[in-house]
Design a protein around this ligand. Structure first.
Ligand code: SF4
Ligand code: SF4
Length: 330
């Protein structure tokens, strides 16, 4: 009997999601024994034309990591959606827009200007910018066009499942592969991770007071952190109350606060809003000036509360931006 065909593709991504596949270690041998990789450009020499030649639905499953920011990424997302029976958004960028999604705080023009003109290391006296099409002696070369905004995968094509995390924890990947191979998958649209907040069952939860109140938010690189006590109870901005569990408390075990990479639980519509609301309820003051001073200690609110999910949030992009949030594209 032939093995199920699977694909793995990257869009606007850092490569960390591919590293998480390497984290399978020797278990990757079980995966390659159970499935045939038919598209995995970062690891194997497959071409886009190989995918185009496949029948629609030929792949049992395809995972896409990285956000969607260019004409090429949109085209690949649509192609792989057609070829895969199950399409999985893999990692925070694909799931919610991820760290590349913070680019939605700026418009495309100012990003290009910063990168190709204003950075101190840029020497570009002719102000040359990438063009979609350029004639060279050998003919016409084409580059993908940078979209106005960053999108999560499901803002471009319908997605069946999500594997969250930056990068996804190896256990979530193992569980997802087992579910795909046995056909024991939850309802479509599910995030393949526990639907519980990280604080539940956190090894440090017993040291988190029920009536916790905080006087200031501390930055982890500027203070000594008690390795046993709840980080939020020490004043560090730990986003465990608003974040989905399933990472095995990787950051907490490394004595670092949760930054929210697994995104919200299913009851939450806007992760950043939920995180801000959870923290606001802990502020130990009713005095407006004191509260404002305390909020000043959160140095980068957008990067703190929307670090992994600005495109998927209710905000989507900077106010006034020419936002094309759209639904799925035709
Ligand atoms: S989810 Fe994290 S690890 Fe994966 S591509 Fe995005 S930034 Fe990199
Ligand atoms: S706030 Fe952070 S450290 Fe405290 S219990 Fe929740 S996840 Fe654990």
């Amino acid at each position: 009997m032939s093995k199920p065909k699977v694909g793995f593709y990257w869009c606007a991504s850092c490569g960390g999601c591919e590293e998480s596949v390497v984290d399978l270690a020797e278990a990757i041998l079980d995966v390659t024994a159970a499935v045939d990789f038919v598209f995995f450009p970062v690891a194997m020499d497959f071409k886009r034309s190989d995918v185009e030649a496949m029948a629609d639905g030929a792949m049992a499953a395809c995972m896409i990591n990285g956000a969607i920011r260019s004409s090429e990424q949109r085209a690949m997302a649509k192609l792989l959606r057609r070829k895969a029976q199950i399409l999985i958004a893999y990692g925070a960028c694909s799931h919610q827009g991820g760290i590349p999604g913070l680019a939605n705080l700026f418009d495309r023009q100012s990003i290009l200007q910063t990168v190709y003109r204003d950075t101190p290391s840029t020497v570009n006296p002719g102000d040359i910018r990438p063009e979609a099409s350029t004639r060279i002696p050998h003919g016409e070369v084409e580059l993908p066009v940078l979209d106005e905004q960053v999108k999560s995968l499901d803002q471009v094509v319908p997605v069946d499942y999500y594997i969250p995390g930056c990068a996804p924890p190896v256990q979530l990947l193992k569980d997802a592969l087992a579910a795909i191979l046995t056909g024991r998958l939850p309802p479509k649209g599910s995030v393949l991770a526990p639907d519980k907040a990280l604080c539940e069952q956190c090894p440090r939860a017993p040291s988190k007071p029920d009536n916790l109140l905080i006087d200031q938010f501390k930055r982890p690189h500027l203070e000594r952190i008690d390795p046993e006590k709840c980080l939020l109870a020490q004043g560090f901005l730990c986003l465990g109350p608003a974040t989905r569990g399933g990472c095995g408390w990787a950051c907490i075990n490394a004595n670092m606060p949760c930054t929210g990479c697994l995104g919200p639980v299913s009851r939450t519509r806007d992760y950043g809003g939920a995180a801000m609301s959870a923290l606001a309820s802990l502020v130990n003051s009713n005095d407006e000036a004191q509260i404002a001073a305390m909020l000043e200690t959160i140095v980068d609110p957008a990067g703190t509360f929307y670090r992994y999910g600005l495109p998927a949030s209710l905000l989507f992009a900077r106010a006034g931006a020419n936002a094309d949030k759209g639904g799925h594209e035709p």
